[in-house]
Write a protein that binds this ligand. Structure first.
Ligand code: GLA
Length: 388
């Protein structure tokens, strides 16, 4: 923080009231691609995320600086120019949040100087963009005194800006986890009502290990939006025969009894995943509460198979990581996490097996794929907020 403060002063000048904030990334333990299908998710906030320093200005200008992209220097804009553009690069995220504030009647009465630094590996699927959106929300709420906005409101504003300003039709999971996270707990969130419950992640003698495949396929955004559309088509077909609002309303049995109403076989597979994954998530949270960690792990594995075969959001490199993990002793469960098409896996690994996990998978992955994977043994942290 001290270094960042120095940087801020060097770039924007040291006078006035400079405030600091943090918003975490997230990892989802189970409940993937259910959040835009009215299902349940089970993410937790990480201790890595995005830091921000900000100060109000006397004029309408917006000046942005990312310590991750120092070569880009200061990117200037203004409150009169809150429109997405390619050349705005990463600043499209904070600008989208500012645009959403204004659209909702939260008038920003001056510009800001805003410096950020993130330690979430870029493009890893650990929600660096959601953390930046939530960070911006926390910063604007504080700098402009919008006390009435709750953390949940800031999550919804972040999602709205990502959908409508940045063109990615994401659900609420990532922003919700970043805003609402709680140390050592995962959030069991019903995305159809936004009712949620914190569940302590008590893994006894095991840890959460994230493995970064270090691949990101370029079709991420468009393929994600395709999945959403396929689920919507399936829902529409089903609504001709059952009275449901979302795929999350169906049990496995109800899905099986009505699946023939879905005309397109691809859409049928997508819906199958959404229904079964939602039920798996409910079962997994119960297993965790009952200290049946092995059962939790088995459900994680089944989640991966479904994401690989029915939802088709995995890729070769990720399947290699998961297959290697499944073969190792001390691995309770392992699956792809996040939006997919690259990014990370999440595994639950017994304490005394972690070193071997990292060494063996690290070596074999490099042999098979040609580049290194990265491993993070993670802690579950709190949601976003102002730093003192
Ligand atoms: C991305 C989206 C989330 C969610 C996941 C898949 O991270 O931003 O809303 O849909 O993919 O579970």
């Amino acid at each position: 923080m001290q270094e960042l403060m120095q940087k801020f002063q060097e770039i924007f000048g040291g006078e006035g009231d400079i405030r600091s904030y943090f918003a975490p990334g997230r990892v989802n333990l189970i409940g993937e691609h259910t959040d835009y299908n009215g299902g349940h998710v089970f993410p937790c906030a990480l201790t890595i995320g995005t830091y921000g320093l900000a100060r109000r200005r006397d004029d309408n200008k917006l000046r942005f600086y990312s310590a991750n992209f120092s070569k880009l220097g200061v990117i200037e804009s203004s409150l009169d120019d809150l429109v997405p553009s390619d050349k705005a690069g990463w600043t499209n995220y904070p600008k989208g949040v500012m645009w959403t504030f204004e659209k909702r009647g939260y008038k920003l009465t001056s510009g800001v100087d805003f410096l950020i630094y993130g330690n979430i590996p870029n493009g890893s699927g650990l929600s660096s963009s959601a953390s930046l959106e939530v960070l911006t929300g926390v910063m604007l709420k504080d700098l402009f005194g919008f006390e009435e906005l709750s953390m949940q409101d800031l999550a919804l504003i972040g999602q709205y800006s990502e959908n409508n300003f940045n063109g990615m039709n994401c659900g609420i999971m990532d922003q919700f986890a970043s805003a609402m996270g709680k140390k050592d707990c995962a959030i069991f969130l019903d995305t159809s009502t936004l009712e949620y419950e914190y569940a302590p992640v008590k893994l006894a003698d095991a840890k959460i290990v994230i493995t970064n495949s270090k691949v990101k396929h370029s079709l991420v955004g468009s393929a994600y939006n395709d999945r959403r559309n396929e689920c919507e088509a399936a829902l529409k077909d089903l609504q001709a025969v059952v009275d449901i609002k979302s795929l999350g309303d169906l049990s496995e049995e109800e899905y099986e009894a009505n699946k023939d109403a879905i005309k397109d076989p691809v859409c049928r597979k997508r819906a199958k995943h959404a229904v079964y994954e939602n039920q798996r998530t409910i079962k997994a949270v119960q297993a965790l509460k009952d200290n049946r960690v092995d059962e939790f792990g088995k459900l994680m594995n089944a989640s991966h198979v479904s994401l690989r075969d029915d939802y088709e959001v995995s890729c070769e490199e990720i399947d290699i990581l998961v297959d290697l993990a499944w073969q190792l002793p001390g691995v309770v469960g392992s699956r792809i996490t996040g939006g997919g098409f690259g990014g990370c896996t999440v595994s639950i690994v017994k304490n005394d097996a972690v070193d071997n996990f990292i060494e063996t998978i690290g070596k074999k992955y490099k042999e098979k794929v040609g580049h290194e994977a990265e491993f993070y043994v993670v802690e579950i942290g709190n949601g976003a907020g102002k730093l003192s």
